[in-house]
Design a protein around this ligand. Structure first.
Ligand SMILES: [Zn+2]
Length: 227
């Protein structure tokens, strides 16, 4: 259903005048200012790196605020590949940056993994925003994780998120000798990435780094790693 709805919305956008998905400016699919807010990755990638408790670095392309946040919310609501393509430069940059930052440049085979969605509504309609983003950027990913999250993560604090997510993901296969880079749309507390990394480790796989488009954390402050 999600795919069909996305296609219909894309068809409608061609026929009807649309407003910018980020700020509402008339007759612009995505206006220049909103586009810049998610593609000015040159300056903003630096300063948004953090470490998970298990030690993997997390790199993000931009702060989750203002126009960038509005555009990402619009994408997650609409799920269209047209909006997903808006994030392609940022996604490519944050993945490249994560590989470089983790010191794994030159590793022979690093597989991308979309972190399973923790949003109850996404899961209900079978929509994983990260897979749509990766597909829109023509990036291949490995489907190695499945998840069973009991309740919505919204409104939960850091500790409750961790408790809710703990042991909710698992690898579909034995992952011995395989190396992964986790990809997510937004990092807030780091709980989803932590759980995804745990699931991969417990199946024998290795995680070199994590890359997200947005981070709700402000630029560091070097000591502000995830709890
Ligand atoms: Zn705009």
């Amino acid at each position: 259903m999600g795919v069909l709805r996305g296609l219909l919305q894309e068809a409608a956008a061609i026929l009807l005048p649309t407003n910018c998905a980020g700020c509402g400016l008339e007759n612009r699919r995505v206006c220049v200012d909103c586009l810049e807010s998610v593609s000015a990755v040159g300056q903003s990638v630096n300063g948004l790196e953090r470490l998970l408790p298990s030690g993997e670095p997390v790199t993000s392309a931009f702060e989750y605020s203002g126009r960038a946040a509005a555009l990402l919310v619009a994408f997650k609501q609409q799920g269209t590949s047209r909006l997903a393509r808006t994030f392609r430069p940022a996604l490519e940059a944050t993945i490249a940056s994560a590989i470089q930052f983790s010191g794994s440049l030159g590793e022979p085979r690093i597989e991308l993994v979309a972190v399973p969605s923790t949003s109850a509504s996404d899961r209900k309609r079978g929509f994983n925003p990260v897979k749509t983003l990766l597909e829109a950027a023509c990036l291949r990913y490995s489907e190695v994780l499945s998840s069973s999250i009991r309740e919505s993560q919204k409104q939960l604090g850091v500790q409750d998120r961790l408790a809710n997510l703990r042991n909710s993901m698992r690898a579909r296969f034995d992952l011995t000798d395989r190396t992964f880079l986790l990809v997510d749309d937004i990092v807030t507390t780091g709980a989803s990435l932590t759980e995804a990394a745990r699931a991969i480790h417990s199946a024998g796989g290795r995680v070199v780094a994590c890359a997200t488009l947005a981070s709700t954390l402000k630029k560091k402050s070097h000591d502000s790693n995830f709890a």
